[in-house]
Design a protein. Sequence first.
Length: 765
Amino acid sequence: MTDRARPHRTLPVLGFAIACGIASATLAVFGAGATPDRVELTALSNDAALVSGGDVLLKVRLPQGLREEDVRVMAAGRDVTSAFHTGTDHALIGLVTGLAVGRNTVTVSTKARATEASLDITNYPITGPIFSGPQIKPFICQTNTFRLPDGTTLGAPLDESCSAKTVVQYVYRSNAPAPAPPAPAAGAAARGAAGGRAGRAAGRGDAPPTFKPLPSLTTLPADVAKTTTITGKTVNFIVRVETGTMDRGIYQNAILHDPTVDPAPTPQTPPNGWNHRLIGVHGSGCPGGWYIQGGAMGVSPLDVTRLGEGYALFVNSLNHPTNSCNAIVAAEAAMMGKEHFIEEFGVPSYTMTTGGSGGAYTSLQISDAYPGIFDGVTISATFPDALSIALAGLDAHLMTHYFRTPAAANLTDAQKLAITGYQSIKAFEDAANQSQRTDPVPNRADIEGYQSARWNAVVPEDLRYDPVKNPKGARPTVFDVARNVYGVNPKTGAALRPYDNVGVQYGLNALNSGAITVQQFLELNETIGGYDPDDNYTPARAVGDAGAIKRTYQSGLLLSGSGGLSMIPIFDNATSNETGGYHYGWFHFALRERVRQAQGGQSPNLVMWRSVSAPAAKKAFDDWMAAYAADTSTDPKKVKTLRAKPATAAEGCYDDSNPAQFVREDLVFTNKPTTRCSTLYPVYSNTRREAGGPLAGNVLKCQLKPVDAHDYQATMTPAEQARLKSIFPSGVCDYSKPGVNQAPVVTWASYGPSPKNLIFDVTRQ
């Protein structure tokens, strides 16, 4: 059967008014390279084993002497030769449509030979899944509330996969002044200097509105603005916005395209204003990101600056962690979105990814675990992954529980901070509250700000887990949303968990520094306990599931840095806030450390800046990517990445008292004023790090060693040594060794249905 839901070639309506993945190749050199001595048939839009939606863009390269008119292309027994058109370098490019779900063999024949080349295409439904495993249930459709650029919605879903019609709308930039806002109410001037400046700027009436409806596809409005792209083309600032559904998410792509003069876009006739560069954008968040399609993207592809420069952008509602906090699904949606874009517009010279907070870790995790989807990463408000936030929260939350016990009554705030590592009690408690994303129990009473069982309001109450009222309900945690990776407890239906604190010596650094006494150290570790699968506190330490731990590493749900991130440009404009909110600086250093561990202690392809300098960071990264894309050599990707790195892409920080002044120096993980940047931007720690754990934060379960009194700076009596050994009968963490089951990421891993690189199938657990 063919896939009826493939979303392209929908006629425009009047708008508001390669690793194993996706190849990137300069559009102008489709057939770049030496002339082959035989016919070559390759897939351009995606890995031939992971095609979706019934379509694939193919390239046929011909040897010298073979005429194009003598070539015949067949797909699953159908003659599709008419779909192919002349490219460059003696190559034919063609979009083959109507593929059946499953395997489809494409062959190229000539008058001389019945089969010159063949390629097996495995096609999956546009609704997915491909490699992310069985789709999560329940799943709430939101097409009927998703707003299009003209303010209308996609309408009611067409099926249980939340499919919707594909809609193309056009918007344009106006060169007319924006109307002045109404006069501020009395007292508005007291809103602060920043707000006042913003208000005055908006009130001048000299800033054009963002976008307006394009009233006609054949006639230009009088106030249409022009833009000059980075390739020097001056075009009307008109943007084609396509919205549809794939992988059960809602996708959009946006690109400069003037329907009044440009032909309909195809891979052979891409829009005149496109600079042949593509950006994948991502939303933010995580808590509540389960069991929904998403009524919003979290970030718009209508980026005025990037579109004006000629970039195209694409996004999916499942790339917004507030809708779907599952990096494997996000990678699948990104792969399918890029594939669809290529089939409509052609192969980009490169595809970069960007995002902040949840968008940062989504960018990183996709780039590392599924290399080839993205060729460069530029991020801010960085975390390595969502799991690292949750794990740090679980450790800190144990501390909030312990600090309320009689055993901790004599601890001062300074001692608590020495044990936990954070800048302040508020910062520590904000971090602890992030364990709520692992807690499925509703309405749990806890410290101020804690919100267990976070749900999007569209999920009906009767579908939600409650240990008493609905024990078979959907569980709202980062573990359960990725159950295809972690595995499932067959008795409870809950996802298996990788969290483990056996052997962890909480407060170890505080003991060795003299901040706490031996007695306080022993009481802490004797009392701390762990969690059960419902996040209830337990007297015993938590034991992570061995299989779940191994798959957490293999999948990249705990970012490795050993996959695609070891080869491509990474720019971390390292914004953080040490005083609260949980966007802490140590996460940036954990990212850098993981990338370094994968490269023998160096991270030359990762640039980290402290403070915010968006224009300078943007220019440095754009220059880097442009030079990277211009290198057409056959050298390894990492070699080209480092060769293209501009001098401006150096580690350092900006002095906020003099924003034009960049301090070029190696950034140090410390809250002490040892360097100029560490004086300007001190970085604090976390609970597991202060227990002797690695800065990378990537040991889920430690290997153990016997308790040895010589390992401690403090002197212990024989009774205290005996007590310590009774607290840790199996030994204490040995962080000089890798973690238990710690393994590199398996790139392009599958969890079903694709058999390619299948590492776990939860249905056969």
